[in-house]
Design a binder for this molecule. Structure first.
Ligand SMILES: Nc1ncnc2c1ncn2[C@@H]1O[C@H](COP(=O)(O)OP(=O)(O)OP(=O)(O)O)[C@@H](O)[C@H]1O
Length: 594
């Protein structure tokens, strides 16, 4: 419950005035409903439905007094108009309150999701790496929805509680002993049914974990659709999906059964207690008819409310695990916020070069294994450097460190003698990055290109396309720049996609271009095109190429060979090839044999 109160406090802090207005409206609505019930007595008296009525009844006297003040007679039409007035006022306020309620709930929903996206976006890359995408998606889509639902149930419970409380007070004023009897019954039943709240909590926990599994399974299924179809393992994936779905159904049924059971117990309980009340009212408390009617109406309304309160509590209980999941992610992101200098469009004009000084790095989930150990090198500005090594050698880790996504555990990276750690934002504005699995949106080539550079002109776009050797291809398309590339660029070949991503990186006019295995999945024809594009750029900027294939880096000014996280060789292509027993020569032979 503490976690719920924590979010309620944030909810209150977001719009305290609206929150308080909402509560005041709830109280007024509760009072108007109570007055509506009380009106039954004078109505019955004036209509003469209850014979031999004691007209000195407290309520009737107050009403007479009120009517005298406004100069009206206590007549049936006046009473009916007043009754309609109460109901009208209550309904109108209820409408206003519902609108206000939804408004503040929606504002809170926006606040929570915006805060989460900010926290995730500014978290250290290593935290994002440690979470499956589907985990974060699940928190955004499912768990956040459950959190809003939990807050909504909480507000509904406040509203029901206030209305119930006001009616209990009215009933108490009319017939204290009988009200105590009705209440005792209600409280006993309420406490008895609390055991169900615990059960619903465990159902809620299972719902949270099943939602996560379902999304994980679905994401894996969709991402790996090509492989799944190629290996013909659709049935296994589908059966896994169906299994989770069935578990969800089982859970949902369990929750429903608890709620239906609660409802049933309340109905039976209320029948027993209302009968008991009727009997006691007549046989023990000898209540007069008008008071009896008020108590009967309040009791009849009170019991369903108690049942709604109980069900509301159960609903909140089911949602509590979602609050915990959300808080956990928020706290993790908060604890690993990236320290960046103020947002700025400034870039670094690389003049001397980039230096790795004694850089070591390990991933948090494998602290004993260094992915990179004591890396020292200097990349002169304006040159092209290739980093090669076998799979798992540490090339991508090195690129992530170079971009400033990962922080060295030991040592430091310098950009023209300035530590990268204090200039990360400026540095990222300076570089162009083409990753292994280049990403394109399901929109036009133009929109994809302008993603990082929204103000780029037509001329700049074509210049970048030309540099990336993809201008002829784009101009040959029927819709040219307006051609839609499909989800993740599926309507393009691997080579076309990669060259468009290269053009996107070049459009930002970077001083440093980092290509991480940009040709790894391409055939030799496309590889040549990319290579040609890179050769076009050599000398104009500082280029860092991570490559598997030695053929693609023949023209690099420097080559750094990494093995098991350490630099084992450095030099030019020719000097490294001369050392026949060297790692580079071996890698080169392996590539040629492949
Ligand atoms: N997110 C991670 N968590 C834990 N260990 C990781 C993570 N990413 C990489 N590693 C480990 O770090 C080492 C270096 O990995 P890296 O991806 O940098 O190699 P690579 O040379 O780029 O490999 P490849 O050419 O196959 O992409 C490997 O031992 C790898 O298992």
């Amino acid at each position: 419950m503490n976690i719920l109160l924590l979010y309620i406090r944030e909810f209150y802090n977001l719009a305290p005035l609206k929150f308080v207005t909402n509560i005041i409206l709830m109280v007024i609505i509760g009072m108007l409903e109570g007055l509506g019930i009380l009106m039954i007595i004078p109505l019955l008296i004036v209509a003469g439905i209850i014979p031999g009525i004691n007209t000195n009844n407290g309520l009737t006297v107050i009403l007479n007094h009120c009517f005298q003040i406004i100069g009206l007679q206590v007549s049936l039409p006046n009473l009916l108009i007043l009754y309609i007035g109460f109901i009208f006022g209550q309904s109108w306020l209820q409408r206003r309150q519902s609108i206000l309620n939804l408004d503040i709930l929606q504002s809170f929903a926006i606040f929570l999701s915006t805060r989460l996206i900010r926290l995730v976006a500014s978290a250290e890359w290593q935290l994002i790496l440690s979470k499956p995408n589907s985990y974060i998606t699940n928190v955004f889509i499912t768990e956040l929805e459950r959190v809003y639902a939990g807050i909504k149930f909480f507000l509904q419970m406040i509203s029901i509680s206030l209305i119930t409380l006001i009616q209990i007070v009215i009933a108490f004023l009319v017939a204290p002993s009988l009200t105590c009897l009705v209440l005792t019954g209600g409280v006993i039943l309420f406490i008895f049914l609390q055991t169900f709240a615990k059960q619903t909590r465990s159902v809620g926990q299972e719902i949270s974990s099943l939602n996560r599994d379902l999304l994980f399974n679905l994401t894996e299924h969709l991402n790996g659709m090509k492989e799944i179809k190629s290996y013909g393992v659709e049935a296994a994936q589908i059966s896994n999906f169906v299994k989770i779905r069935k578990e969800m159904k089982k859970n949902s049924n369990r929750f429903n059964q608890i709620q239906v059971k609660t409802n049933m117990i309340y109905k039976i309980g209320s029948a027993i207690f209302i009968s008991l009340c009727l009997f006691s009212a007549i046989e023990i408390f000898t209540l007069n008819p008008q008071d009896f009617i008020v108590i009967a109406v309040i009791s009849a309304r009170l019991w369903p409310r108690l049942s709604s309160l109980q069900i509301g509590l159960q609903n909140i209980s089911t949602m509590l695990p979602a609050f915990q999941v959300l808080r956990e992610l928020e706290n993790q992101c908060l604890a690993s916020q990236e320290v960046l200098e103020a947002d700025t469009p400034t870039i670094i004009k690389l003049e001397q070069g980039i230096e790795f000084r004694g850089v070591s790095f390990y991933y948090e989930n494998s602290r004993t294994n260094y992915a990179l150990k004591k890396i020292d090198f200097f990349l002169t500005a304006g040159t092209t450097t290739a980093i090669v090594g076998s799979s798992g050698a540490g090339k991508s880790t090195l690129v992530d460190l170079l971009i400033g996504l990962l922080q060295p555990k030991e040592g430091e990276i310098y950009i023209d003698d300035q530590p990268l750690s204090i200039n990360k934002r400026k540095w990222r504005n300076t570089i162009g990055y083409v990753p292994q699995d280049a990403f394109l949106f399901n929109s036009s080539i133009r929109e994809n290109l302008q993603w990082f550079c929204p103000d780029s002109s037509e001329e700049m776009i074509w210049e970048a396309l030309k540099l990336a050797s993809v201008d002829t291809f784009v101009s040959g398309l029927p819709d040219g720049l307006d051609t839609v590339v499909g989800d993740r660029g599926v309507r393009l070949s691997g080579g076309e996609r990669q060259r468009i991503v290269l053009a996107r990186a070049l459009l930002t006019r970077p001083s440093v271009l980092i290509l991480d295995e940009a040709t790894s999945s391409l055939d030799s024809e496309n590889e040549k095109r990319i290579q040609h594009a890179i050769e076009n750029l050599q000398g104009r900027l500082t280029i860092v190429i991570i490559a598997h294939r030695i053929s693609t880096i023949r023209n690099a000014d420097n080559i750094i060979v990494i093995e098991s996280g350490q630099i084992v060789e450095k030099g030019t292509y020719n000097s490294l090839m001369k050392n026949k027993n060297g790692r580079f020569s071996t890698l080169s032979c392996l590539c040629n044999n492949n």
